[in-house]
Design a protein around this ligand. Structure first.
Ligand code: SAM
Length: 219
């Protein structure tokens, strides 16, 4: 099937480009053990995020949607010694598992997991210590709210990545009117006239199926 081809292709490329990794393996196994859903980014996507963080020399990273901290660990590792990552998560069990996984990865000093409704946590944050990089990967209906908060909380030149904006092409098929697709459509409609950012969607296929990242630059 197409999905098997995509998964095999990811595995093949990963076998050259990604080394086996104890902290990430632990995070996956510990998340499974606690019954967390397998909806983290793929390994290749996690490395992609870490390379983006390093490419722009980000010191302060904000994540919306932690789950078990898998993407958090990838990005946290990309930070310099004095870097900091703040990640927002609603579910208390996810927060607890993420904290275990992050500590096991040796990142407890750099990473702060904030429990609560992300929109409320964001609204309480001041823009005095702006972020360089933001990864948005929580409840999709609130993506526009998260983008607007990310704009407020970032420096000029910041990069904002939003995951799952393609959804097997369903976002582009108006017959699908579920809250996730509608959330992405509101985001797109906003971006059409927002002159303060520049964005593009890159579709991805791989072990996670067909989806896409949106890359947003705040010039
Ligand atoms: N970024 C993670 C990774 O790749 O490893 C995956 C995040 S998962 C796709 C989405 C997470 O967002 C879930 O853990 C869910 O509990 C959380 N979430 C959903 N609604 C939320 C909200 N309103 N505020 C904060 N977190 C929320």
């Amino acid at each position: 099937s197409a999905h098997e081809d995509w998964a095999r292709s990811d595995a093949y490329h990963n076998s050259f480009l990604l080394a086996p990794d104890d902290a990430l393996t632990f995070a996956k196994a510990n998340s499974d053990k606690h019954g967390l859903r397998d909806i983290a980014v793929s390994a290749a996507q996690g490395k992609y995020l870490s390379l983006l963080v390093r490419s722009i020399g980000a010191k302060r990273v904000l994540e919306v949607g932690t789950l078990g901290g898998y993407s958090t660990i990838w990005m946290g590792r990309a930070l310099p010694e004095d870097g900091e990552l703040i990640t927002l998560e609603l579910n208390e069990k996810h927060v607890q598992v993420a904290r275990e996984n992050i500590a096991h990865a040796g990142l407890a000093d750099k990473v702060k997991v904030v429990q609560g409704v992300a929109a409320e946590s964001l609204a309480k944050m001041a823009a005095d210590k702006p972020f360089d990089f933001v990864f948005i990967d929580a409840d999709k209906p609130n993506n526009l709210t998260y983008l607007l908060e990310a704009k407020r909380l970032t420096r000029k030149g910041a990069v904002i990545i939003i995951d799952n904006v393609v959804r097997r092409g369903k976002v582009a098929d108006l017959a699908y009117t579920d809250a996730n697709c509608e959330g992405i459509r509101r985001l797109l409609t906003h971006l059409k006239t927002d002159r303060e950012v520049e964005a593009t969607t890159i579709s991805t296929v791989g072990e996670k199926g067909w989806d896409g990242f949106m890359y947003v630059l705040k010039p």
